[in-house]
Structure formats: structure tokens, C-alpha cells
Design a protein. Structure first.
Length: 137
């Protein structure tokens, strides 16, 4: 069973049903339903998902969508180790580094994001793929 870490942008696509990205991300839910994969997000992503759902997108059913989504995902933390690794990395966006090192610490098989260009300093311990790339392989 694959352990797939979703970057915040992919998780938000699923929660907020963001077009046109939702079509690329929906198949992850099928993988979970079919028992082929486990999805994970970072604890850091939770705050952003709440903020974006309630305050930015003002989703009418934000609470229900968030609770439904989190039913499909595990929530993991990288703690101090992920933080320090990110601070010591070449990642321009340290939050991206925090996400990536959280995936490494939690032994993910894949890291899925829409912003692959931001992960050029990923060291290859966890492959960084877009949703399209994941399902093309």
C-alpha cells in the first residue's frame, strides 16, 4: 500500500473542489477507497486548510468538507527535526522544505504537489510528482 503525502495545494484542491485541478486530484480518493493507498497531510497544512476554507474561499459547507476530507487522510508532524532540516536546506520557500522533510521523516513513498518547481532542492529520498505524473506512471 502506497503512502502518499499531499502538499497543501493538492489537499486544498480536494477540499475546495478547485477547478481545473480537482480532476487531477480526485483519483487519490479512489485509491484510498480501494485500499491501494493511504493519504497523508502535514499538521502544518491543517491550519492553512481551515483558513482557506472558511476565510479565503468562504465555502458554505467548509466544516463538513474539512471533516470529510480528513476522514481520507492521516495527519503527520515532522516536529523539530523537519523544521531544522528545512532551515538548513537550500529550499527557497522554507515552508515547502518543512512539508518535504515531514514526508521524509514519516517515510512516505511519494510527495504530490502542483508546484514541482518549488521542490528542485528535494534530495530524492521521496519522489516529488504532480498528480498527473503520479497517475501516468
Amino acid at each position: 500500500m502506497y503512502r502518499i503525502f499531499l502538499d497543501t495545494n493538492v489537499a486544498l484542491d480536494l477540499v475546495a473542489n478547485r477547478e481545473p485541478f480537482i480532476e487531477d486530484s480526485k483519483p487519490f480518493l479512489s485509491l484510498v477507497a480501494d485500499g491501494e493507498a493511504q493519504l497523508f497531510i502535514s499538521e502544518v497544512s491543517l491550519g492553512l486548510l481551515i483558513y482557506m476554507s472558511f476565510d479565503r474561499y468562504k465555502l458554505l459547507d467548509a466544516k463538513e468538507k474539512l471533516i470529510q476530507f480528513i476522514g481520507f487522510c492521516g495527519v503527520v508532524s515532522g516536529g523539530k527535526e523537519a523544521f531544522l532540516n528545512s532551515m538548513d536546506s537550500d529550499f527557497k520557500d522554507k515552508e515547502d522544505g518543512l512539508q518535504y522533510f515531514t514526508a521524509i521523516i514519516n517515510k512516505m513513498d511519494f510527495f504530490v504537489t502542483r508546484d514541482k518547481k518549488d521542490f528542485k532542492y528535494a534530495d530524492g529520498d521521496v519522489p516529488v510528482l504532480s498528480s498527473k505524473e503520479f497517475f501516468a506512471s
